[in-house]
Design a protein around this ligand. Sequence first.
Ligand code: ATR
Length: 254
Amino acid sequence: MQVAAFQERGLDADYSRFHVDADDVESAVDGAEVLGIEGLNVTIPHKRSVAELDTVETRELAEMTDAVNTLDFRDGKILGFNTDGAGARRALERAGAEIEDGRVVVVGAGGASRGISFELARNGVDLKILNRTASKARELASDIRGYGFEADGAGLDVLSDAVDEADVLVNATSVGMKEDETPVPGKHLHSDLVVFDAVYTPLETRLLREAREAGAETVEGAWMLVLQGAEAFEIWTDLEAPIETMNRVLREKL
Ligand code: ATR
């Protein structure tokens, strides 16, 4: 996806994967800088440890969520970003979802939810975070309110009423990835919803299938993957990302 984007923009650049053990994260980042590498993506399980490196200056969402997925080596500095949240927001915007003042229900309160929930809250949505373990949803909502944004957290017992009133429903749990299961029973879905599933394998999860059957607008998790990559591309290159190309290449690989 990134290589195709570099080619389309005429850049002499490449993108490779490196396996790094937890003990070597700091030296890997320092080494990348010394080697003149211009940027890195960081993925599980290193997003938090990279955010906590003294050499990394975290920006905006990365600072709020204490999770970095993109590093930009620039002017002798190492800047840390979290583009996962923007990926989800841009995926919703593409589908025409109302973000500012929209009523959004996010199901899940783990790492994926943290990025998505913080990003949506700081863009002014009316946010409800619901999780199987209610205390984790309440904690995340409280962290978000600590930054001056609005969010409520609760358990799945209020799912039916919350989805009924919502404009947007986001699945940020892992449910639907391995088995044909859904975190939100189909009977709760309705045609006034935009439903986004952060799960991208399969491309159409049971949640999205049932949302489509209910007449809702659906947004595949693959779009979040494309658009978090597009956001990283734009940070590294200061150029607009060729989104259609990135989307096409990603789907060929998926
Ligand atoms: P990630 O980094 O992908 O978010 P995580 O931090 O392990 O992964 O979080 C997984 C999320 O999926 C959690 O919100 C989890 O709920 P709990 O906090 O109650 O564990 C949710 N989850 C996983 N399996 C679930 C299931 N079968 N039903 C409902 N929620 C589930």
